[in-house]
Design a protein around this ligand. Structure first.
Ligand code: NAD
Ligand code: TYD
Length: 350
């Protein structure tokens, strides 16, 4: 029996990773540690919550004593670390929250793991799930590879870069076995509606404006969330320890083109005349320090580990829209209360 700690498992990507591991590996004991911040929601995991190899632990990775205690108690053989503050706009408003959770929280996990195994790391793994944003911004051409120098441009990406550096430094200094993967923008069911795709689905549904930052020509490489979860499974089981893998969808879209596609699909889904939703587009003040373009070269994971994205963007977007339309309860729960205040504060002055 292998005890695996997944942090941030009640969040968007984490919940898909927990679901995959709990269902696919009954021989593993999966522990989901999550502080249930605004972004964490146990409703994401109702289908697995009663399975015998799944345990939820509510707790904060910033709490050193608590972290040390659960590592002693459950003796985790492996950690898949996803817990983080994850939204760039929030990091511009409150950078310290990102430094505390993403940097210090990661250090707490690394220290607990190191102290637990005291150098006897055989068959152990610390896996940090990171982002392509650590590489900074690309111009019109080029792709991020695993050797692209780090050049983070937002407090969020700087905090993720710092935690990547810590993981590698612990590998180098203490021989701690690690993997890091840096993934492009994810989309799919269960994403909190502060990020572009779910926010715009929600706004179209409720007839609100679609706030496009700047000229809308910013480019992202989109990957369906279950493809990311499968990539994490692949790196976890087959990755060479001490290596980094870039994960991406080879699927670049300018924000404006993506939004227009989304609007067209939503018109059909909602039975509205063609061209209705696109009229909600409103150009607003740009994000401070907005990264122009991200795009991943995923050659290494494709050739060495035989992973590749399975979902086409057309199909993934359809599935995502359908999920949000069919899960209005979920959306209502996460957009009540604190979300309303966030939305007013974030968009009032744009
Ligand atoms: P999310 O914001 O949806 O979920 C984060 C989860 O972490 C939530 O469940 C939250 O409750 C939990 N959490 C936050 N602070 C915590 C703390 N102090 N202690 C314990 N739990 C805490 O994020 P996501 O989009 O699912 O991203 C997950 C991970 O993947 C992050 O590390 C992020 O940097 C990385 N990532 C995200 C994307 C993306 O497109 N969303 C792309 C690449 C990498
Ligand atoms: P986001 O989903 O926040 O992901 P990230 O900033 O991590 O890439 O944003 C995706 C793109 O959409 C990014 O270029 C910013 C832009 N955007 C808007 O134009 N309007 C919005 O309201 C949001 C949330 C994002």
């Amino acid at each position: 029996m292998k005890n695996i700690l997944i942090t941030g498992g009640a969040g968007f990507i984490g919940s898909h990773v927990v679901r995959l591991f709990v269902n696919q590996y009954p021989q593993y004991e999966i522990f989901n540690l999550d502080a249930l911040t605004y972004a964490g929601n146990l409703e994401n995991l109702t289908d697995v919550e009663n399975l015998p190899n799944y345990t939820f632990i509510k707790g904060d990775i910033k709490d050193i004593q608590f972290i040390n205690q659960i590592f002693e108690q459950h003796r985790f053989d492996a950690v898949i670390h996803l817990a983080a503050e994850s939204h760039v706009d929030r990091s511009i408003v409150d950078p310290n929250a990102f430094i505390e959770t993403n940097v210090l929280g990661t250090a707490n996990l690394l220290n607990a793991f190191r102290h637990l195994w005291k150098g006897n790391f055989e068959d152990k793994l610390f896996y940090h799930v990171s982002t392509d944003e650590v590489y900074g911004a690309l111009g019109k051409t080029g792709l991020f590879t695993e050797t692209t120098p780090y050049d983070p441009q937002s407090p969020y990406s700087a905090s993720k870069a710092a935690s990547d550096h810590l993981v590698r430094a612990y590998g180098n200094t203490y021989d701690l076995p690690f993997n890091i993967s840096n993934c492009s923008n994810n989309y799919g069911p269960n994403q909190f509606p502060e990020k572009l795709i779910p926010l715009f689905i929600h706004n179209i549904q409720t007839g609100k404006n679609l706030p496009v930052y700047g000229d809308g020509q910013y480019t992202r490489d989109w990957l369906y969330v279950t493809d990311h979860a499968k990539a994490i499974d692949t790196v976890f089981h087959n990755g060479k320890r001490g290596e980094t893998y870039n994960i991406g969808g080879l699927n670049e879209w300018t924000n404006l083109d993506l939004i227009k596609l989304l609007c067209a699909k939503m018109d059909v889904k909602l039975g509205k005349p063609e061209g209705t939703s696109v009229q909600l587009i409103t150009y607003v003040k740009d994000r401070a320090g907005h990264d122009r373009r991200y795009a991943i070269d995923n050659t290494k994971i494709q050739t060495e580990l035989r992973w590749k994205p399975e979902m086409t963007f057309e199909e993934g977007l359809e599935k995502t829209i359908d999920w949000y339309l069919q899960n209005s309860d979920w959306l209502e729960h996460v957009t009540s209360g604190a979300y309303q205040k966030y939305y007013v504060e974030m968009y009032a002055h744009r």
